[in-house]
Write a protein of this length. Structure first.
Length: 278
């Protein structure tokens, strides 16, 4: 079994955002694996591509579905996978399929193309030299808090997807757990007619979107970067040393948090450790 299997990115909004090479490959395929048949047909018709055999592979697919694809490749038929929008396998089904094809020594050929992750990052104004993508923001509060802790210590930009229904709730949790030390960019409807970018602290974005709820429609990418932690703590410690003898620990933490933007609970725990060690 030596037929290549192609990973083919699809447009994330604008149907023209597909490469010439991807169209050439699609025209040569014997079969195509898609996440959504109707949406795939819109893209194929737009670019005048005709593929007789289209198989659906999504979150509900199992080993039987993977075996169908493997059997087609064993028959020396050329195939590829195309997601509903963007690059396959990025917060999309397909990982188990590709892993199994690799185990069977099927050559995997990834084609470059659209992804909202990178498009959002380069337009965010946040650091691009170090970043990580974490999928959708966790729905379980404990996991969400854990992610915020990781964002706090990560020296780079964290990227995640979020639904319009949960956008404000997520920004509120980010504000609660990270505070104004976070620089945030919310990217809306990348490559589409209503594409937009909202930048600021969590609180600023909460105020903006709460007062303009008509903006909370479509697909969103949240990008976060915390300010330089070491520099922020140097300032925090200087303020604390100046005021700690005059007011309580709790009051000190509140004032320092407001000035530096560092999460109040973090500041309190830091100052508490100072008092225990003194």
């Amino acid at each position: 079994m030596n037929m290549n299997f192609y990973i083919i990115p699809s447009p994330i909004g604008n149907l023209d955002d597909i490469t010439i090479r991807s169209i050439q490959v699609l025209n040569r395929l014997d079969f195509l694996v898609v996440e959504n048949r109707s949406k795939a047909k819109i893209i194929l018709q737009k670019h005048e591509v005709q593929i007789e055999k289209i198989l659906v592979y999504n979150d509900k697919s199992n080993q039987r579905d993977r075996n169908k694809i493997i059997n087609l490749l064993k028959c020396q038929l050329s195939g590829g996978i195309m997601s509903e929008a963007g690059t396959p396998l990025i917060s999309d089904p397909g990982y188990k399929l590709i892993k199994e094809l690799i185990r069977l020594n099927v050559p995997i050929v990834p084609l470059p193309g659209a992804t909202s992750v990178i498009s959002s990052l380069v337009a965010s104004g946040l650091p691009t030299n170090s970043f990580k993508f974490v999928g959708f923001f966790p729905r379980i509060k404990k996991d969400a808090k854990s992610l915020c802790e990781n964002i706090n210590i990560f020296n780079g930009t964290t990227i995640m997807f979020e639904s319009p229904k949960r956008l404000l709730q997520t920004l509120c949790l980010i504000d609660q757990e990270i505070g104004s030390s976070a620089e945030v960019c919310v990217a809306k409807e990348i490559t589409k007619i209503h594409e937009n970018f909202f930048r600021g602290t969590p609180k600023e974005l909460i105020n903006l979107l709460s007062n303009n709820k008509n903006l909370i429609k479509g697909e969103f990418v949240i990008l976060i970067r915390t300010l330089d932690i070491d520099e922020s703590y140097v300032l925090a410690d200087k303020i604390y040393n100046h005021i700690s003898s005059k007011i309580t620990l709790k009051e000190s933490a509140k004032i320092v948090a407001e000035i530096t933007g560092i999460n109040r609970n973090k500041i309190y725990k830091r100052f508490l450790s100072f008092s225990k060690n003194s």
